[in-house]
Design a protein around this ligand. Structure first.
Ligand SMILES: *[C@@H]1O[C@H](CO)[C@@H](O)[C@H](O)[C@H]1NC(C)=O
Ligand SMILES: *[C@@H]1O[C@H](CO)[C@@H](O)[C@H](O)[C@H]1NC(C)=O
Length: 446
């Protein structure tokens, strides 16, 4: 018997080795959702008077170069080359069928002149600026209604010089909502790769009402105490592929959103088909978050092979009464967490409201959440799952989870309420709501 078992063990080890080596040969990727483009037509920012001395304002050069791309409409699009140097500029808009290419040592740097920063309308799914009522400042580099746009290069830098904005936030002198570093609205076939994003005034990358967006080999850096410098926030967008990136910032490293309370419900555009893979992140708030603005719904999210270190909350699904929206079919798999206040949190009481017109009866639905193969060390609290009384979270399926570290003396490792689901091989042992298998809930998960 022992020999027989040993044989089975050796065979299955050989098979899994085979599987591993074939996986090595072909790295799994979702980046093929946007076709690769080669641009024959190339221009340089210096052809348009661009000066990379760190002092000259290059707004006119960027606008002229992009105007040329937009109006000459070269077959296959045009590449705008940014040579090494520091190019100070005001915010500008991209156009379709272009590549913004930053050479190694190229820096596109945002001006700190906040007085002349353009204002634009709030997003309809938010009804107002996210942090201040009314309009919002235009994102530093943005595109609206575009297709086939690439921002790439040899790891040049886009620097938002956000400290003036962070200080206005700290001193409460902000008139409108701060600009994002990169934003694409109503756009498709967008690639952001091989760039370094630094010191965004607000969120770093914000694809909204967009589809087929690829973000890979991106480095995002902002101080841990910089307010609201989220890394990547796919918002009411579909088919978004985020891979092979490093994020260290002052708010959620990744947060999938879809609008805010009554405005997001009325706009009704979900985020779906979001893949997050091979990302390393650190954040005082969440490593990977869904919400809290999720009023259009969030579904079909897969996050796998994720490394999180020094985070507030490792994996965080957050929503609130008044949000409405359905969050479903979310999978977190193969996650390593080193040092977190809370490993896994799913909660129905997080986030503020745009105004007092939100509908208190608009209860969000959270269901079909799969979390497996999570390994965490130095975790203060393993899990916190707080559903909503009249809308309990269902099909919460946890398996192969190990979350250990210094537990607070008073708090139990897991705290749950208004939740239905099951668990398999979870340590420390989860709350009673998840210990016993409820029929049908997670049947095909373990
Ligand atoms: C740019 O950065 C990415 C991600 O960190 C890295 O994989 C790639 O090798 C770098 N490319 C160059 C040209 O340095
Ligand atoms: C759930 O989401 C995954 C992506 O993570 C997708 O492949 C799958 O089709 C979705 N399932 C359903 C039933 O929509």
């Amino acid at each position: 018997m022992v020999r027989f078992l040993l044989l089975i063990f050796i065979c299955s080890a050989a098979i899994s080795n085979l599987l591993i080596s074939s996986a090595l040969a072909e790295v799994v990727t979702c980046s093929n959702i946007v076709p690769r483009r080669y641009r024959h037509d190339k221009i340089s920012i210096t052809d348009f008077g661009g000066v990379g001395d760190g002092r000259t304002l290059n707004t006119k050069a960027f606008r002229a170069a992009i105007y040329r791309i937009q109006h000459l409409k070269r077959r296959g699009g045009t590449l705008l080359f940014i040579p090494p140097g520091v190019y100070l500029t005001e915010s500008f808009s991209l156009t379709s069928h272009m590549t913004l290419y930053l050479a190694s040592g190229a820096v596109i740097k945002a001006t700190q002149d906040t007085k002349h920063w353009p204002l634009i309308a709030p997003l309809p799914s938010y009804g107002r600026g996210r942090e201040r009522p009314g309009g919002r400042y235009m994102s530093f580099i943005q595109g609206d209604g575009l297709q086939d746009v690439v921002i790439t290069g040899d790891n040049g830098t886009i620097d938002g010089q956000g400290d003036v904005w962070w200080n206005m936030w700290r001193q409460r002198t902000l008139q409108y909502t701060r600009p994002n570093l990169l934003e694409f609205l109503n756009s498709r076939d967008i690639v952001i790769s091989n760039v370094i994003l630094k010191n965004s005034p607000f969120w770093n990358i914000h694809p909204v009402y967009s589809s087929n967006v690829v973000i890979r080999f991106v480095t995002i850096l902002a101080p841990l105490d910089s307010p609201n410098t989220d890394g990547i926030d796919p918002d009411s967008s579909s088919n978004v592929c985020i891979e092979d990136s490093y994020i260290s910032c002052g708010d959620d490293a990744l947060a999938v959103k879809s609008g805010w309370d009554e405005y997001g419900i009325a706009y009704g555009r979900p985020s779906s088909g979001i893949t997050i893979r091979r990302v390393t992140a650190s954040s005082p708030f969440s490593g990977i978050a869904i919400g809290s603005e999720a009023s259009g719904g969030v579904e079909n999210v897969l996050a796998e092979h994720i490394n999180l270190f020094n985070t507030g909350i490792g994996l965080h699904i957050k929503t609130n009464t008044g949000r409405g929206g359905t969050i479903k079919n979310i999978t977190f798999s193969h996650v390593y967490i080193e040092e977190a206040r809370t490993g896994i949190k799913i909660s129905g009481d997080v986030g503020d409201h745009p105004d007092d017109k939100f509908n208190p009866n608009a209860l969000p639905i959270v269901k079909d959440i799969t979390i497996n193969n999570v390994w965490g060390v130095k975790i203060r609290q393993a899990g916190l799952i707080r559903g909503i009384k009249n809308s309990p979270f269902t099909q919460i399926c946890l398996s192969d989870i190990y979350l250990h570290g210094v537990m607070g003396p008073t708090s139990p490792p897991w705290q749950c309420s208004n939740v239905l689901g099951a668990s398999h091989q979870v340590s420390p042992s989860p709350c009673s709501e998840l210990v016993t298998q409820q029929p049908g809930s997670c049947a095909n998960h373990f």
